[in-house]
Structures are given as structure tokens and as C-alpha cells.
Design a protein around this ligand. Structure first.
Ligand code: SF4
Length: 213
């Protein structure tokens, strides 16, 4: 919790995930694969200008029009197909209510999402944590990079990182939600591919900084 506290003291509650509905969270989680959030925001704005962002309306949208609307997020052919598959699943299985996944155990809900084409671990966990209320830690490239620079020395494998981080933290939905957001924010501001360590809130305990001094 020490790193969490240092980050939280700097940035506070970042209000993640930025979305109006749980379904919008899931759409964002699919669109953000391999692209930056700014591009996702443009796509979501386009979608919301055209439709009410819910599974039924997204299913009704012509696929070519959908591709055009989400083009800013890149990989729009793949992502349009993934959004259609996901929307159909939520619509048919859960009457359009993604929160139905909260009725399952976290591991079962996760397996359900992972069985859908184009939903990997990071996307599934983002949906479970932010669209639903499943306490599961989201791992991404920022998390692995920052923790390994700090000095944990874990292999950069999704499951290992997730298990190790969750072992160190209270099993708490809000802490997981805040922490992932804080890591992303700090990685954008300081812990970039070329880190800017001066001013980083965790510099005083980070091995990379300490050894570079
Ligand atoms: S001190 Fe530098 S290397 Fe360490 S977390 Fe901050 S930016 Fe990254």
C-alpha cells in the first residue's frame, strides 16, 4: 500500500473509469486495445452522436458505419467485429444488462468474457472491475514497467503480476479501481518509456532512480 499511498497523495481520486454507463466502459475497454485513450474518446464521441450507446443500438448499426465511427481507435475492422460480438452476447444472454455478470463468481465471470472473440485478459479484467463490481486487478504494460523499475523483479507475465499485486493489497474494489488509474496517470506523467524521474511521487523508493543517482 506504500506506493499506492504515495500515488494517491499526489493524484487523488481520478474518477476512473470515465464513462456514463457500464456498457460504455466495456466499449471503451475493447476500443482501447493497442491505442491511446484520446483516440478512444473520439470514437466514443462519434458513437454517441449517432446512437444511444447500448447493446441493442450498437447491434442495429450498420457494420460499415460502425467501422467509420470507431476509425480513430485503429484496427477498426477487428474492433467493429468485436463490438458486434460483445453486444450480441450481452443482448441475447443478459437482456442488454452487462451488470448481470455481477451475479457470477469473479473467476466464472472472467471465463465467460475470455470465451468471447477478441476479449483478452486486460480487457476482461477492465470490464469486470469498472463496468461490474468484481475486485480484480487490471494489469497492463504500464503496471509491469513501473513495478519492475521500482524493483519487484517479477517476470512480465500478466497472471504472475496480477497474483503478486493482489497478494500485497486488501481485496478491495475501490483500491483496485483507484490504483490502476493512478499507475496509468503516473506512467503518462513520469514513468514513460524514457522515464522522467525528477518529481515522480515514488522516486524516493524506486530502485531505478536510486541506482541512477
Ligand atoms: S522514479 Fe522514475 S523509474 Fe521510478 S517509477 Fe518514477 S519515473 Fe518510473
Amino acid at each position: 500500500m506504500y506506493i499506492y499511498n504515495l500515488l494517491y497523495n499526489r493524484y487523488g481520486d481520478l474518477g476512473w473509469w470515465p464513462a456514463e454507463t457500464p456498457f460504455e466502459v466495456a466499449v471503451g475497454a475493447i476500443l482501447t486495445q493497442n491505442t491511446s485513450w484520446n483516440n478512444v474518446e473520439l470514437s466514443i464521441q462519434n458513437l454517441k452522436k449517432k446512437i444511444d450507446l447500448n447493446p441493442e443500438e450498437l447491434l442495429r448499426l450498420d457494420i460499415d458505419e460502425l467501422k467509420l465511427l470507431i476509425k480513430p481507435s485503429g484496427f477498426y475492422n477487428q474492433k467493429a467485429e468485436r463490438l458486434k460480438i460483445f453486444s450480441k452476447f450481452v443482448s441475447v444472454e443478459y437482456s442488454g444488462d452487462i451488470k448481470y455478470l455481477d451475479r457470477f463468481k469473479t473467476s466464472d465471470a472472467r471465463n465467460i468474457l475470455l470465451s468471447l472473440k477478441g476479449i483478452g485478459k486486460e480487457t476482461a479484467d477492465s470490464i469486470l472491475l469498472y463496468a461490474c463490481e468484481h475486485p480484480i486487478f487490471v494489469i497492463d504494460k504500464y503496471t509491469m514497467r513501473m513495478f519492475n523499475r521500482v524493483g519487484v523483479g517479477w517476470p512480465e507475465k500478466y497472471d504472475i503480476f496480477q497474483k503478486n499485486i493482489m497478494k500485497l493489497l486488501p481485496h478491495d474494489l475501490n483500491i483496485y479501481r483507484h490504483y490502476h488509474a493512478l499507475i496509468v496517470e503516473n506512467s503518462k506523467n513520469y514513468c514513460r518509456s524514457k522515464p522522467i524521474c525528477e518529481g515522480c511521487p515514488i522516486a524516493k523508493i524506486c530502485k531505478k532512480t536510486i541506482f541512477n543517482k
